[in-house]
Design a binder for this molecule. Structure first.
Ligand code: SAM
Length: 313
């Protein structure tokens, strides 16, 4: 069920004082160990992270649109503003934060004192079964890409290139046109390794009942994200050995991706059943890595091929 949009105006941005934790029960301080998923509240977890210690944050938390208890927030925008402020404190200069949500997830809040909004990525999902009858069917999530400071610590384009398909012939033709050869984009040549994925991602499908990756049907739509999606964010905005933070780990997609891509991680998740599933998944990832002689280096994109998934409907 969709929650009403708050009527906060751009002229009166939401203030952060006081900043209640996401969950109000006080907790003893945690001793945080890397590569561990903590079972508990994300607000308390985040408050334990030292300043400027994290390279990348991936926040796939509440969207404020479902009937899950954890998704109920009076204002998802206000909730997100608090998250942005917290992440600004813990990120290193140039570190990135990716915040998942719906189209209005950062409307009418002033995040500018904390982080720079670089891009709103549209994760396009054309094959939704639920069709709107009184509105246009929603076919996308947004992933807000924020930076601490004006420049990224890293943006590993080579690791996230996607295949150039229909553009190929057109591009090659354009590159031969004299006005293009002499113009400002003359150096922009067709790249055999693929192109920048851009800010509308339609090439990564949502999980379906038939996806091999899906842990349980109950996790479809609102919980489990495709590994490829999280992989692209981790590859683009971190390097091997970097510390990635995931405060809403769900069933552990981001921790598993971090393990596979040789990033360190810190994660929290409120639901103990999800934490158990995530740990089981992590264990399986460790075992399969142990059985493989080598894993992709951070500059290799494991998905930069022309193949498509065929396990989905
Ligand atoms: C969209 S799911 C994340 C899914 C995850 N990316 C994955 O692929 O498994 C959001 C998760 O946030 C958790 N959550 C919501 N509010 C929380 C809070 N205050 N503290 C910790 N976890 C929370 C929910 O239990 C849910 O598992």
């Amino acid at each position: 069920m969709r929650r009403p949009l708050q009527t906060t105006s751009a002229q009166s941005p939401l203030h952060l004082e006081p900043q209640p934790p996401l969950h109000l029960e006080p907790q003893p301080p945690l001793h945080l160990e890397e590569n561990t998923i903590y079972c508990g509240d994300a607000g308390i977890f985040l408050s334990q992270i030292p300043d400027a210690s994290v390279d990348l944050v991936i926040c796939d938390g509440p969207y404020g649109v479902t009937t899950h208890a954890w998704d109920q927030h009076t204002s998802i925008q206000e909730f997100n503003l608090r998250l942005i402020a917290w992440c600004s404190r813990i990120l290193k200069e140039g570190g990135a934060m990716y915040l998942f949500g719906k189209h209005d997830c950062i409307d009418f809040i002033d995040y500018r004192p904390y982080l720079h909004l670089r891009t709103r990525i549209v994760w396009y999902q054309p094959s939704r079964l639920a069709q709107g009858r009184r509105n246009y069917t929603n076919n996308y999530d947004v992933i807000c890409y924020f930076l601490k400071g004006p420049q990224p610590r890293c943006f590993n384009l080579e690791a996230i290139r996607v295949p150039q398909l229909v553009e190929l012939e057109h591009r090659k033709r354009c590159e031969r046109v004299p006005s293009v050869q002499q113009g400002p984009y003359a150096k922009t040549k067709y790249n055999e390794q693929g192109k920048n994925p851009g800010d509308v991602w339609g090439d990564i499908k949502q999980l379906t009942y038939r996806s091999k990756e899906l842990l349980s049907r109950d996790l479809l739509h609102t919980i489990q994200k495709p590994e490829r999606l999280i992989e692209r964010l981790v590859l683009a905005s971190s390097n091997a050995g970097d510390l990635v933070l995931d405060p809403f780990a769900g069933v552990g997609t981001c921790p598993v991706v971090c393990k596979r891509l040789q990033r360190r991680f810190l994660a929290s998740e409120a639901n103990p059943t999800f934490v158990a599933l995530a740990n089981q998944r992590l264990q399986e990832a460790r075992e399969s890595l142990d059985s493989i002689p080598s894993v992709p280096t951070p500059t290799q994109n494991p998905h930069n091929t022309l193949e498509t998934d065929d396990d989905d409907v």
